[in-house]
Design a protein around this ligand. Structure first.
Ligand code: NDP
Length: 273
């Protein structure tokens, strides 16, 4: 395994209190970085902070309550990071969740909510942390990077997730534009396109599946069956740490000559060449 020493660097992970974000925060801590995570639910955030501190007693860690859709929250989060660590080198825009709905049952309000979530969960944190990322980029051999968690739906839409798929495609375009605009400032912008990753949102869907619960189906059997139904070539859901490793690569100098690009973490689901 390549060991990268990130001591002195600061990674910010939105939605770092669960699933992919939590696994990503852990990787950064493991590599010696200072880490700031945020989420809306204070209890979930406190649990995540406890878990991370147990495993990394020396952790330089900030866990802040912040809704990325609230401009004031995001500005306050960025100020807290600046006060505590004095810098931000890597921003992982991860916070969010998908919406299951077809064109027939997506209301105007639902469309607006979904577009708002997918776009502004990137726009607001990016805007708030840009000054610190610019400073990081200007420091000698500095590494400044933004990585966004996006979905394979951006390239391969699913009609039962019409609003999410459409928003994901738009976000892919946004990320490309950002990468080109920020390249002269030596800030790289990339994304990962994930398929299905075991996480809080899939746990919640499993718990809400009345049939599976009534039949006493285990989580393992439920995910395996779904992977088969969804024709995932690798035959299983991804694990949060598998998405986290791709995010880590794109956030750090391991990918210093990569910008405006994405990594597929879908277990082979992508059908395009
Ligand atoms: P989880 O539900 O496990 O984690 C989501 C995290 O985001 C939580 O920490 C949650 O905390 C936080 N969050 C959600 N909304 C906000 C908000 N408005 N402001 C701040 N934090 C927020 O799910 P995943 O790890 O799966 O999700 C991570 C990302 O991956 C999401 O953007 C999701 O859409 C995307 N994704 C996941 C897929 C999968 O199969 N798992 C597939 C495609 C994309 P809290 O609720 O307390 O705010």
């Amino acid at each position: 395994m390549i060991q990268l020493d990130l001591t002195g660097q600061v990674a910010v992970v939105t939605g770092g209190s669960s699933g992919i974000g939590l696994a990503t925060a852990e990787l950064f801590l493991h590599a010696g970085a200072s880490v700031a995570i945020c989420g809306r639910d204070s209890d979930r955030l406190a649990r995540a902070e406890r878990e991370l501190r147990e495993r990394h007693p020396q952790a330089q860690l900030l866990a802040a309550r912040c809704d990325v859709l609230d401009a004031a929250d995001v500005a306050a989060f960025a100020s807290e990071v600046e006060k505590r660590f004095g810098r931000a080198d890597m921003l992982v825009n991860n916070a969010g969740q998908g919406r299951v709905s077809t064109f027939a049952n997506t209301t105007d309000e639902a469309w607006r909510e979904e577009l708002d979530l997918k776009y502004f969960s990137i726009i607001r944190p990016t805007r708030a942390f840009l000054p610190m990322l610019r400073n990081a980029a200007n420091q000698g051999d500095g590494n400044a990077a933004i990585v966004c968690v996006n979905s394979l739906l951006a390239l391969q839409p699913e009609p039962h997730m019409v609003a999410t798929s459409s928003a994901r495609a738009g976000v892919l375009s946004l990320i490309k534009s950002l990468a080109v605009e920020l390249a002269p400032e030596h800030i790289r912008v990339n994304s990962i396109l994930i398929g299905i990753v075991e996480s809080g949102q899939w746990r919640r869907r499993y718990e809400a599946d009345g049939e599976a619960q009534a039949a006493g189906q285990s989580w393992e059997d439920w995910t395996r069956e779904l992977a088969r139904k969804k024709h995932i070539p690798l035959g299983r859901f991804g694990r949060p740490e598998e998405a986290a490793q791709a995010l880590f690569y794109l956030a750090t100098s391991l990918s210093s000559y990569t910008t405006g690009s994405h990594i597929d973490v879908s277990g082979g689901v992508a059908r395009h060449v």
